[in-house]
Ligand binder design. Sequence first.
Ligand code: HMG
Length: 415
Amino acid sequence: MSIGLDAIAFHTTKYYVDLEDLADARGVAREKFTKGLGQKKMAIATPLEDTVHLAVNAGRKALSRFGISPGDIGTLVVGTETGVDHSKPVAVYVHQALGLSSDCITYETKHACFGATAALSSAGDWLVSGRARGRKALVIAADIACYGIHTPGEPTQGAGAVAMIVSDRPRLLEFIPDINYSFTKNVMDFWRPLYSKEAIADGHYSVQCYLQALASCLAGAAGMLPDTSRLAACLYHAPFTKMAAKAHLLYYGWCHNTTIERETSAYRHFFEDYQTRTKPWLTLNQEVGNIYTGSLFLSVIDLLRQKRLLPGQLISLFSYGSGCAASITCSKLASDYARWQTHLDPAEDLSARIRLSVHQYEKMKAETAGLSSDFRLNPSDYGMNGHYLYLGNKGHVRQYSDLNQSIRGEEVHYG
Ligand code: HMG
């Protein structure tokens, strides 16, 4: 039985901050963010675009654009580290909003950015177990990456959701379960205490932990994992795109049994390899920023939408979640995958986004942080209309705009 991705879709926020504007406001060289981190923009969520909103909208796109009926979904898992309740899962809101059937198993997974990878693995196991009975699994990676103003993590924020439908007749990507290695170790590289809306990162240490986890996965997968030369693409969790370059340097060096130093001919060869196998699929990550659980899968969308690779070609996928958990695996492009390009390409949505000034972004961040207990949000104050907007709390119950009823309101610019 071949298990894999049958549908994929992305949803992000209406607003973004340009990282050159942020660099100017923070008094650092623009190149630090654009070249040093490899980022261009970061998606910024209004308070109305919470994790539920992002997940619902990505899920709706995946179902409708790929012609899948809600009744075909037998498992729904939302992988997130920015859930909206300590007890109630984001997934159950999504279940209702998408009109999934009451016998659909529904839950949330968490291990920092690894949550959706864990969910995909469980979805695959559910399909091979025989319990799916012809149905498919919907896995949604949804997050809002939020660090404090003036912290080193600030330029690596972002927000968005990637919805993936896993089936035993995958139209996009076939998973290769025989190539798989996982790694876990308790480290304090990045975390978010229950009382904090913002993540705390030991930034440079987190980069080391990520690379150590990758090194452990490579060592563990030796004998299973192909050399980069046999792969058409090597994709990595990308909190900022330069991280994927660091990761590919490690993988490439591992294949050549050496540590590669800069300014050497080996480095030039690595760089060519990186330009071919990793860099082309990082353009959406550069435009959106870190979306935690969905970051790796945003690169998958970028690869699928570009249609540059041939059916049957192999890609490697490295997933990392702080704390930490990691895995490496491979997938194969399905025979007809290129047919679905227009269904999954988010280019139009991205070009319709609105640029916030740094002042507007800081104001929005302060407003979101100040919300607590019962309150009511007015979508027109944020120039928002759309499906399943978070409208505040009433009697501690989260309120959402009706899925089938667009909020009336003028398209106004926030500020
Ligand atoms: P920093 O310390 O401010 O930056 O924050 P830096 O001084 O290390 O500079 C960054 C890069 O810019 C360096 O490049 C500089 O040389 C370069 P590198 O040496 O690394 O190749 N640079 C310049 N380049 C060109 N022109 C210039 C210039 N100036 C400097 N003028 C840090 C960097 C990553 C620490 C920070 O952004 C941070 O804390 N980010 C949050 C944590 C993070 O993203 N960690 C990544 C690994 S952990 C992970 O991926 C999990 C995560 O997604 C969470 C989860 O799992 O849920 C985060």
